[in-house]
Design a protein around this ligand. Structure first.
Ligand code: NAD
Ligand code: DAU
Length: 351
C-alpha cells in the first residue's frame, strides 16, 4: 500500500535510524523527514540514503502552524511518527523554555494539523508519539516502570515530555484520533550527539580529556541499542493497538560508573592502550540538579503482545558503538568544533 509518512526529528540520533529503516524496508512508502536542524539535527546522519526516491527532506519547525498546514496539504500524510524534541536533560535545566516550546507546543501544533487535515476520517491513519521512560520519574533500588506506573516527571525535559504524552492521549480520548505512544529507556549507538554520556565519554577518552561523572556515578540507566528501538518503533507503528502505550527497554541496567569502566576497557583495547589507561581519565564532578537515581523498564507488554525483543546484548552493542565513533572521526570533529565548544565549557566549567 502506498503511504505517505511524516517522520519528525529525522535528522537527530534516533530519528535518523528510524528514517533509514523505513526507507530501506518499505520502498512503497513515501517518507518525509521534517526537521528544524537545531544544534542536534545533522543531515550528515542521512547522507547514505538521502538520494533514495522515496525520501524527501523538509526543513521546518513543528511549532509553525502555517507551515504544518501546507505540509499536510502537500503530502497528505496517513501516518506520523513524532520524534522531534529538545532531548537533553542538562540543557533543560539551564534553559527550559525551548523544551516547553518544542516538546509541548510543537506536539500540540502537530496534533492540530493532523486533526484538521484528517477531518474526522481516521481510517488507515495513525499518530505515533515517541516518548521517554523519564516521564515516570525516578526508581529506588528496586522495581521497574510498567505502563501503569503513575507519571512523576522531575526535570523540565521529562515534565515537557509528560505533558506532550498527556496531550496526545487527550486528543485520542476526546477527538477519537488514532494515537499510540511508546516510552523508551536510554538509547546508545552511532550518530548520537556528544552531549550525551556515551558519545561524550568516547570522544573524551579518545582525546585524553577528563570523563565527567556526575556525583558518585551511582545513578542507573537501562541502555538499549538504537537499532532495537527503531525495530520496536516499526513494530508499534504497524501493529500497536490504538490508544495504547508500550514501554521499550533493554533489560540492561548499568550504574554510570560501571558503564564508564566497561567503556574504558573497550577503548583501551581498541586504541591499543595499556589496560586501565583510559579509566585514569574518570573525574567526579558536581551532580546534575535533581538527578534521577534509577530508570528501568518492564517491556513485557511489548514482548508478549507484539513479539519484540532486543536483538543485541550490551557487549556486542558497545563494541559496535565504539567502532562507529572511531570510524566516523570526521563526523565527530565537525560537531565538536564551533558551538559545541561553547556548550561544553559552560556545562562543565561550573562543575
Ligand atoms: P536528538 O536531540 O538527537 O534529535 C532531535 C531532533 O529533533 C533533531 O534533529 C532536531 O533538529 C529536531 N528538532 C528539535 N526541535 C525541533 C522543532 N521545533 N521542529 C522540528 N525539528 C526539531 O534526540 P533523540 O535522542 O534522537 O530523541 C528523539 C526522540 O526520542 C525525542 O522525542 C526523545 O524525547 C525520545 N527519546 C530519546 C531517548 C534517548 O535515549 N535518546 C530515549 C527515549 C526517548
Ligand atoms: O531515559 C531516556 C532518556 O535518556 C531520554 O529521554 C533522553 O532524551 C536522553 O538524553 C537520556 O537521558 P539521560 O539524562 O539519562 O542521558 P545522559 O546521556 O545525559 O546521561 C546518562 C547518565 O549519565 C545520567 O545519569 C547523567 C550521567 N552523566 C551524563 C553526562 C552528560 C554524567 O555522569 N556525566 C555527563 O557528562
Amino acid at each position: 500500500m502506498t503511504q505517505s509518512i511524516l517522520i519528525t526529528g529525522g535528522a537527530g540520533f534516533i530519528g535518523s535510524h528510524v528514517v533509514r529503516r523505513f526507507l530501506k524496508k518499505y520502498p512503497e512508502y513515501q517518507i518525509v523527514n521534517l526537521d528544524k536542524l537545531t544544534y542536534a539535527g545533522n543531515l550528515e546522519n542521512l547522507s547514505d540514503i538521502d538520494k533514495m526516491p522515496n525520501y524527501t527532506f523538509e526543513r521546518g519547525d513543528i511549532t509553525d502552524n502555517v507551515f504544518l498546514a501546507g505540509l499536510f496539504f502537500k503530502y497528505n500524510f496517513s501516518g506520523i511518527i513524532h520524534l522531534a524534541a529538545e532531548s537533553h536533560v542538562d540543557r533543560s535545566i539551564s534553559d527550559p523554555d525551548a523544551f516547553i516550546k518544542t516538546n509541548i507546543e510543537g506536539t500540540v501544533a502537530l496534533l492540530n494539523a493532523a486533526k484538521k487535515h484528517w477531518n474526522n476520517d481516521y481510517e488507515g491513519k495513525r499518530f505515533y508519539h515517541i516518548s521517554t521512560d523519564e516521564v515516570y520519574g525516578s526508581l529506588g533500588i528496586e522495581g521497574l516502570f510498567t505502563e501503569e506506573t503513575s507519571y512523576d516527571p522531575k526535570s523540565p525535559y521529562s515534565a515537557s515530555k509528560a505533558s506532550s504524552d498527556h496531550l496526545v492521549r487527550a486528543y485520542g480520548h476526546t477527538y477519537g484520533m488514532p494515537i499510540v505512544i511508546s516510552n523508551c529507556s536510554n538509547n546508545y549507538g552511532g550518530n548520537q550527539f556528544p552531549e550525551k554520556l556515551i558519545p561524550l565519554s568516547i570522544n573524551n577518552i579518545k582525546t585524553n580529556k577528563p570523563i565527567p561523572i556526575y556525583g558518585k556515578g551511582e545513578n542507573v540507566r537501562d541502555w538499549l541499542y538504537v537499532e532495537d528501538h527503531a525495530d520496536a518503533i516499526d513494530l508499534i507503528f504497524h501493529e500497536g493497538k490504538n490508544a495504547e502505550t508500550y514501554n521499550i527497554g533493554g533489560n540492561n541496567e548499568w550504574s554510570n560508573i560501571e558503564l564508564i569502566h566497561k567503556l574504558c576497557e573497550v577503548m583501551d583495547r581498541k586504541l591499543n592502550r595499556p589496560k586501565g589507561d583510559s579509566a585514569k581519565l574518570i573525574t567526579f564532578v558536581k551532580d546534575r540538579a535533581g538527578h534521577d537515581l534509577r530508570y528501568a523498564i518492564d517491556s513485557s507488554k511489548l514482548q508478549r503482545e507484539l513479539g519484540w525483543k532486543p536483538s543485541l546484548d550490551f557487549e556486542k552493542g558497545i563494541e559496535l558503538t565504539v567502532d562507529w565513533y572511531l570510524a566516523n572521526e570526521a563526523w565527530m570533529n565537525r560537531i565538536i568544533s564551533g558551538e559545541y565548544e561553547k556548550y561544553y565549557e559552560t556545562q562543565y566549567q561550573k562543575r
